[in-house]
Design a binder for this molecule. Sequence first.
Ligand SMILES: [Fe+2]
Ligand SMILES: [Fe+2]
Length: 240
Amino acid sequence: MSRFNGSQNIGDIVSILPKAGEIFKEYNIDFCCGGNRPLADAIREQHLDETAILGKLEKAYEDASKFNSLDIDFRKMTMSELTDYIVETHHNYLKKVLPELGELTTKILRVHGKNHGDVLSRVHRLFHNLKTELEQHLIKEEEILFPMVKDYDKHPTAGLIDSINRVMNETEAEHEAAGDILKELRRITDQYWVPEDGCATYRMTFKKLEELETDLFQHIHLENNILFKTLELKLHNQKM
Ligand SMILES: [Fe+2]
Ligand SMILES: [Fe+2]
């Protein structure tokens, strides 16, 4: 019997098998902000081939078990461990790549704006909006939300609940906004297609934007579908 089926939540599948994120990306299935719904819903709405997708998931799971790459089970981490992992892995990556991409998107607009100004000026604007939003978002998580979550891990008091809840809701809305910008970037670049006269910098910029998309989807998935879900459960139990 197959391990995966359409009634499972998209986010839960990625929690079991991180590589599923790549498969969902290939089919344009939203697994970070739209992760909290059954896979079958997305398949139906987007008219996708369920058997093919489930087959790919199964194969990826078998490969991952062979190479032991299912070792990190984020669901078994404490909230403090998970927030540390997110900062070390995903926030540090963003702090490095956002300034780099800021320069690159400006450079390709300057060099190729004459022939591809329509697309590249929109890429430049959208990316810089995303960059500003994310920089503020990281500060909010690192300076406000994550320290509160860590406090809550140590001393789960009712007083912290409301503050955590409020910031968590804001943060979740910011994830949605970032996800929308990424979708728009992918759409206007025609899936990051590089024209024939595009130079090496043009190609590298689009490649890095695609890597940013992959990383950010996994990052938002860990926060929305694992960290916030754990928090919601704890907050709910505390209120009972
Ligand atoms: Fe984050
Ligand atoms: Fe976040």
